[in-house]
Ligand binder design. Sequence first.
Ligand code: SAH
Length: 398
Amino acid sequence: MTGAVVRLLSGHDKTVREGHPWVFSGAVARVDGDPAPGDVVRVVDGRGDFIAWGHHSPGSRIRVRLLDRGEDSVIDEQWWVERLSAAIGRRRELMADPRGACRLVFSEADLLPGLVIDRYGDHCVIQVHTPGAERMRAITLELLGSLLSPAAVLDRSDAEQRRLEGLPGVNQTQDTSASDHTPAVRISDAGLIFDVSLGEGQKTGFYIDQRLNRAAAACWAAGRRVLDAFCYTGAFSVHAARAGAAGITLLDSSRDALDAAVGHLALNGLASVPTEVRRGNAFADLRRLRDEGRSFDMVILDPPRLAPTRSQAPKAARAYKDANLFAMKLLSPEGILATFSCSGGIEPAFFQEIVRWAAKDAGREVQILQKLGQPFDHPVRLDLPETEYLKGLICRIL
Ligand code: SAH
């Protein structure tokens, strides 16, 4: 703690006073004491009254990320270690399976701005996105080592997010283990197994946040012909196949992902379930399937993040609507649509509205059977609506 002070403009302190943990650059009147990136600063209102301690990020639109509203709190490494231990402790229930995968730290939602840690079996993947979290990298790794003794810790920070915070490119393997380490980790998820590539230049390999939603969707799969659009490595399909799906159609633009999906069905003893593989642009292919006269009894629609922020929402809304519209057209009467959006820029109510537009254009009555969101290792922080990004609807298309 350097004694540096960030003073807010009068009238610009309301949202942070009410609990929002970000100070935007436009709300800052003055910075005293020349704090470096990642320094802990004292945030005060226009009159000089204390609001909170926070991490300074001079290169970012989010100038300060608030850490602690206690004026007497000491924000040092010990403070960080306590928060980190608490976050990991909250996942106790998920740690029993040594091959399980879960999120250990979810940044602001776990009161640790800029830090994300995922666990895949005995491996950890960390993401460090702010100068403040970067300062705490060494102590973070030390604590992970002492609490979990991971086989390796890999850095999969998002280069773009780091750039927005004025941070240099991504570090790779952090750990003492071999530097050419590109591990494939076999994880288990609800009794199913998946091979996850965590190495450099590869995608993270497994979307942990959809864990419970796959189980929810699988409840409807028995006896149904399932189309898994944007299937990636097939996790929804493997769940659906185990639940007794009559057939699986895998659709994705990535050949590697499709190969992995087929491999995962076999790995779980489900190779006998009739499986069709389609590689292509799913937005176009959903339409094409319809033109081919195909129909399905269940469609899973889990597109990539089309609107990371609200400004991209209008364009993304059209893409979501079209995908949902064509999915509905492909569904037999009383068919099930499990539709998702992981776009932070699209709020749950808006997503539901988009699905309603699709239903209207498809000329179908639609029932919502279940609303889905994030599992508890990806908590939503009430004071930071931005932490709520994943939503899903299981619908019956009459
Ligand atoms: N449902 C998956 C996760 C989907 S991630 C799971 O549960 O694991 C999004 C997927 O969409 C990625 O596999 C990506 O390759 C694929 N994708 C992105 N754009 C696409 C497009 N236009 N057409 C088809 N697939 C696309």
